[in-house]
Write a protein that binds this ligand. Structure first.
Ligand code: ARG
Length: 415
């Protein structure tokens, strides 16, 4: 009798311990998964998460070193290819010497472009770099990054300028100078502009960056609209009355920025992946994602476009409108009389402090673009503002330059 009780007791306690362990494991797993999606990047598919600031910082954090592998980026308005040197903890341009398109294709793929490659050419380096990366062609290894070594000069005196997609080209029609205070657009003026519909109604704008990816605002896809089934994307159509229910592109994935804050609108950016890729034409083309080192002027002229209201509390416009707005420096936009410190580094202000010209309800998620080096760049996504076109209440946009890393990472992880 005593023995049976003892056995029962042991069985029960063993069961309890096992159940506890299982619960802990599940919680731990949930926590790790959470940690990765909120503030980190996963090392390959190992389940280990590291902070994005440790990615390409020269210190190995991942068990198999994925965080210091394949660190490439495009720098400045001339798309200079740079490779990160873990050893020197800095980015270096790549010499054109012995470079070929096939390496360019590989680098584009590593950046997150699935099968897209546009051009690779040698240009005179204007970044002022004093150290370069060179290809060791005799190295038998096929991995581009293992073939690179440091060099103080490039024999060709030129560095690699790499473009993964033909972007930022618009039609040649005259742009006039509605949105509030703007004018209607002509076909092909803003070929990257899309209209995002829910149940046959325009809800937000967006910008095409690849045949499959659309940039929009995170506040447009708040629950339950983070479900891709709700959305239909219309590209290359200027009038809302020409967009018909059932036509348009279906969305396969909606990815909202993990640090988006619905109260403050900080990190107001999201991506949509289409179920079927867009076919580019005169009216449907991508805009360029801004590279680091773009050197924008403090009052750089930018353009906003969308089907938003043409006056405060107005209804959605049938026609696509656009207007020029200058950037406003952060210190000015954050001053007491304007937004009194509500503007974070992940935001960018544009418009006129005198009022009269602005984006408005329904323009959200749509583009704020600028022309530099004869290319159109996506500088912002329409996010918020107090009223529309009021004095000292300019439009606030997501600062796309600070999100390019995140965007490429999502493209890479979901290609
Ligand atoms: N949040 C608005 C939307 O959902 C866009 C607001 C832009 N406001 C402004 N004053 N610029 O469409």
């Amino acid at each position: 009798m005593k023995e049976a009780k003892k056995a029962l007791c042991i069985t029960i306690s063993l069961g309890a311990v096992l159940a506890g362990a299982a619960v802990t494991a599940v919680l731990l797993w949930k926590f790790m998964e959470n940690k990765c999606s909120v503030s980190g990047i996963e090392c390959g598919s190992s389940g280990t998460c590291i902070s994005p600031s440790h990615w390409c910082d020269g210190v190995l954090h991942c068990p198999s070193g994925e965080d210091e592998n394949r660190c490439v980026r495009l720098y400045g308005p001339n798309f200079i290819l740079q490779v990160y040197s873990a050893q020197r903890k800095s980015w270096h341009p790549v010499c054109q010497d012995d470079w070929s398109d096939s390496y360019g294709r590989a680098a584009c793929q590593d950046m997150g472009y699935r099968n897209s490659f546009y051009s690779s050419q040698g240009i005179v380096d204007d970044s002022g770099a004093s150290s370069f990366m060179k290809l060791n062609t005799s190295a038998g290894n096929t991995d581009l990054y293992k073939k690179l070594y440091h060099s103080d000069i490039c024999a060709s005196k030129t560095v690699v300028s790499l473009r993964c997609i033909e972007c930022g080209v618009a039609g040649k029609t005259m742009r006039q100078s509605r949105i509030v205070g703007g004018s209607s657009a002509s076909p092909g003026d803003w070929p990257w502009q899309v209209s995002l519909h829910v149940q046959g109604t325009h809800v937000c704008g967006g910008s095409i960056i690849t045949p499959e990816w659309i940039v929009t605002a995170a506040h447009c896809v708040e629950e339950p609209l983070n479900n891709p089934r709700y959305w239909t994307v219309f590209a290359g159509v200027l009038r809302q009355s020409f967009m018909f229910y059932g036509h348009g592109y279906r969305v396969g994935k909606v990815i909202s920025h993990p640090s988006y804050d619905s109260k403050t609108k900080n990190n107001d950016i999201a991506l949509m992946k289409l179920q079927t890729p867009l076919t580019f034409s005169d009216k449907v083309k991508p805009v360029c994602l801004p590279n680091p080192g773009m050197m924008l002027e403090p009052n750089q002229s930018c353009w906003i476009s969308g089907w938003g209201a043409t006056h405060e509390k107005g209804k959605t416009s049938d026609e696509l409108n656009a207007v020029m707005v200058p950037l406003i420096e952060p210190w000015r936009c954050n001053s007491k009389y304007v937004y009194n410190s509500l503007v974070t580094p992940a935001m960018i202000c544009a418009g006129y402090l005198r009022g009269g010209t602005d984006s408005c309800q329904g323009d959200s998620g749509g583009p704020l673009v600028t022309l530099k080096s004869r290319i159109w760049w996506l500088i912002g996504d329409t996010s918020w503002g107090s009223g529309c076109a009021k004095a000292n209440r300019p439009g606030v946009y997501g600062n796309v330059t600070v999100f390019t890393d995140w965007i490429y990472r999502q493209m890479r992880a979901n290609s």
